[in-house]
Design a protein around this ligand. Sequence first.
Ligand code: NDP
Length: 445
Amino acid sequence: MDARLEAIRDTVLARNPGEVEFHQAVVEVFESLGPVHDRHPEFLEAAILERLCEPERQIIFRVPWTDDSGRVRINRGFRVEFNSALGPYKGGLRFHPSVYLGIVKFLGFEQIFKNALTGMPIGGGKGGADFDPRGRSDAEVMRFCQSFMTELYRHIGEYTDVPAGDIGVGGREIGYLFGQYKRITNRYESGVLTGKGISWGGSLVRPEATGFGTVIFTEQMLRTRGTSFDGQRVVVSGSGNVAINAIAKAQALGATVVACSDSSGYVVDEAGIDVALLREVKEVQRARLKDYAERRGGVAYVDGGSVWDVDASVALPCATQNELDGGAAARLVRGGLVAVGEGANMPCTRDAVSVFQQAGVLFGPGKAANAGGVATSALEMQQNASRDSWTFEHTEARLTDIMVGIHHRCAATAEEYGEPGNYVLGANIGGFVKVADAMLAQGLI
Ligand code: NDP
């Protein structure tokens, strides 16, 4: 790493003790930014990096609620409003027992660059709670969401901060959160949340957007090598919103997705995952992948283990951070891997990324490859602002244009800085320069 940036990195790490995921995200970005500071010494003089690493605002709050037996439960809620140089804070809410400040800050930090890469006027933020919706009744999830919004409502707004979904927060949760916001504020402010239901302000394609976008970005990478998804053997991790829609799109483009996972195990389905059945099991019944295997019949279900033990030519990690390490990466490379598109945020460890890059595997980092979700959220905000709703075809065409544009921006930036094909460098520099220019123009903020 550039010596000037090392000193700033050390200060940032010391100021944020114990936040290992945030440290990882910061270091990964800093490793790309040396060449930018050679060309733009004004960024160093204006302390852009120090300011970027310090969130504009961090909110932590108590979320009290009662479970179905009447017992009082307490969770911790978070919203980190990281950077508003390009627009209102924008980023999802994660409900998962592992959530703490370090996770929310890593996600919010990545979101700044991701949102800049989309070319849309949105800043970076992220939030969530250490609440586990799994196994909770609809009534419990509703009471939790209502309590969460009873505090969050005072910090958000169409022009201030616009949350969306993430792990554990889908259409059901966004509905409960929006209902409570509307009730407290007495305003039908559609643009305050994205990922809404289609009949009440949501956008077509938003549910599919992150998974579809990841596949579109990966297809663009494959095309630089004269190939495509057609005929590829694909492994996807996760079986949630991003994973299911990535599987659907990859198969629509002619690939066979032979495996996917949840946090309990993975399924190997050599004929190709049955997307309709997977949606039924996971989205309608909220059941487990094991149930998919039982209903599908004739497929292998592995309890525990790693889905990355299955050979593939394309890997799409779509579950969670640090789920694919250096050992798994080396094994995938030996099995004939040619491309990786990160549907999840930071699913590959730094070791895994170096293994892929050294082996010449095409590697699309999450902040570029999974930006289709937030980009379509910005399209939802556009539709809300103009009291309009677009067709599926029109919205999907916009998403495709945006993903092709992000690929082009990353590839062109990597080339400009002398490392063609390095999408990590292209995404980090491309996103950073846009935000840094806006921060410089807006004075000491
Ligand atoms: P979902 O909650 O819909 O699905 C998450 C999936 O990942 C589930 O299959 C879940 O398994 C699995 N998973 C979660 N945590 C773990 C874990 N610790 N170990 C193993 N498996 C795990 O979330 P999304 O699909 O929305 O999000 C997936 C990833 O994509 C996250 O990294 C998120 O930040 C990122 N992302 C999401 C966007 C969106 O639009 N939703 C936008 C951009 C990025 P189980 O069911 O067993 O918990």
